[in-house]
Design a protein around this ligand. Sequence first.
Ligand SMILES: [Zn+2]
Ligand SMILES: [Zn+2]
Length: 140
Amino acid sequence: MKVNDIFVSPHFRLNEFQCRCCGCVKLHPELLVKLESLRESWGSPLLLTSGFRCSQHNRKVDGAEASLHLLGQAADIVVLNGNQPEFIEAAEKEGFDQVIPYEKRNFVHLGIFGGDERVSLPVNQHKWEMADTVNAGAGV
Ligand SMILES: [Zn+2]
Ligand SMILES: [Zn+2]
């Protein structure tokens, strides 16, 4: 067992969100709830290439100075199956505040401002617990 190697929702482990350079992590509940809901409706794996970034790492990857990645409120997603326009539509339906496609590099940046009071965690505790049992070890 490694630090952060733990499911925080039915489909996501905490270490998927951790900084790529130092392993530190911040994760806003609203980001996780919306990502999990999107993963559920999309129905196939989403690969996170960037979640939380420490300021050093954010500078290294030329991230925006006030990037939501610094707050644990953004994730960059590679769509493994399906096409980007459909994925973007699905992400917008989930209510992400930022949905920014980087077509050349084949990922979509999703961010939240953290003010959506409709979001609570967990969305459906029973469902999350069930899914966790079913998907344990899948890592997707
Ligand atoms: Zn770092
Ligand atoms: Zn991003």
